[in-house]
Design a protein around this ligand. Structure first.
Ligand code: G3I
Length: 355
């Protein structure tokens, strides 16, 4: 009996070893992806998207393979999601969240309060301060409440500071006052107490007057007890300009000293194309790769940098040519979904030893 037990234990042990060995060989055999290496480094790797792209299997396969986070590019902005005062349209956002849940991706909700993409019913109306506060509170409660526990981070306020390093006197500022920001964070927190709440900003990623102002403003919000968890640094630049990696790293770390997380929320580095329909040349692509590498290394050098998000999946899905004719090729996969040098630079940075 004892020997039979010993035999079956031996067989079991051998089977386990073989199974485990197979698993490890399988792991070794499958090539690394951004997703697999980012996971090991403790940073989410993401991409902005809309559900209109999900009909293309090439798109969804690449998305699932390489990323573990998606940001709603337009679906949750005020105008698309709340087109009439009494009507919300959650079709696009519901599809994005369902896709994310089916494939184990996190979702960043973008964005609750912004001066752009506001519906005409709102901007053309005449509102008292109280009415506007009621509208905004109801909007935030409805949108954040619908995805409570399912959207893990929100860009609560988007681009609330002007490039003159002062709060932007936008639609909300004029109608409610500067405390629209405090209120928006408070209402978002009430609607989902576990969601991470971000102040998302551009042109303040490195060290300049605006990033000083953002730092001071966030410090002030925290002192007032506003429930803010992080700062989103967008990172829309050209290959030839933008913050140096060490300045970005420094800025991320000092925001960390305030107890804030940082997400790089909208990374892309655009290229001036040589001519109509002409692809970017090898030198520009190499330069672009170094910009991506530097941004990722800066993120990895700071423990509070917890997500790195690209603003679009491939060069066929980028906002750049639409907004800047003559420019393009800003992302890490080309229009045919092939990885560019920038993809390999990100992969190498994630496999490196920083952090
Ligand atoms: O979907 C409509 C289409 O039906 C219509 O025919 C067409 C004609 O104009 O417009 C389409 O909507 C466009 C939408 O993108 C979807 O592609 C809007 O015009 C266009 O304004 C909108 O642009 C978006 C832009 O924000 C609006 O300001 C971009 O996709 C989006 O990538 C961009 O994202 C912003 C972030 O939210 C904040 N940070 C900067 C970033 C880049 O501008």
């Amino acid at each position: 009996m004892r020997s039979r037990n010993a035999l079956s234990l031996g067989v079991l042990f051998t089977l386990l070893l073989a199974g485990g060995g197979g698993y490890f060989i399988g792991r070794l055999a499958s090539p690394p992806t951004l997703r697999s290496v980012a996971e090991a480094r403790g940073v989410y790797i993401g991409v902005s998207t809309g559900s209109g792209y999900f009909e293309d299997p090439r798109y969804t396969e690449l998305l699932k393979r390489e990323f573990d986070l998606i940001t709603t590019e337009n679906a949750l902005k005020f105008e698309p999601v709340h087109p009439e005062r009494e009507r919300y349209d959650f079709a696009d956002a519901d599809a994005i969240v369902a896709f994310a849940e089916a494939h184990h991706l996190r979702v960043r909700g973008h964005t609750l309060v912004w001066q752009n993409q506001l519906p005409t019913w709102l901007t053309a109306g005449t509102w008292t301060r109280q009415e506007l506060m009621d509208i905004l509170k109801e909007h935030i409660y409805t949108v954040v409440g619908r995805y409570r526990g399912r959207i893990y981070a929100w860009d609560v306020v988007n681009e609330g500071m002007g490039d003159d390093a002062r709060l932007f006197e936008n639609f909300w500022y004029q109608g409610i006052g500067p405390d629209y920001i405090d209120l928006a964070f408070q209402w978002a927190h009430e609607a989902d107490p576990n969601a991470l709440l971000f102040f998302n900003e551009h042109n303040s990623e490195g060290l300049n007057a605006k990033s000083e102002a953002v730092y001071a403003y966030l410090q002030e919000l925290l002192r007032r007890g506003v429930p803010v968890d992080g700062v989103g640094l967008e990172m829309h630049y050209g290959v030839g300009w933008g913050p140096k990696a060490d300045a970005l790293a420094y800025n991320i770390r000092r925001l960390g000293e305030l107890g804030l997380q940082v997400h790089l929320t909208e990374v892309d580095f655009r290229i001036k194309l040589p001519g109509e329909g002409q692809p970017a040349d090898a030198a520009a692509l190499a330069k672009q790769a170094e910009r991506y590498r530097g941004a990722m290394q800066a993120c990895l050098s700071a423990p509070n940098c917890t997500a790195f998000v690209l603003w679009g999946l491939t060069d066929a899905h980028s906002w750049i040519p639409y907004f800047y004719p003559d420019w393009g090729a800003a992302l890490i996969f080309d229009e045919d979904y092939a990885p560019k040098p920038a993809y390999h630079a990100l992969l190498e940075a994630l496999q490196g030893s920083e952090r």
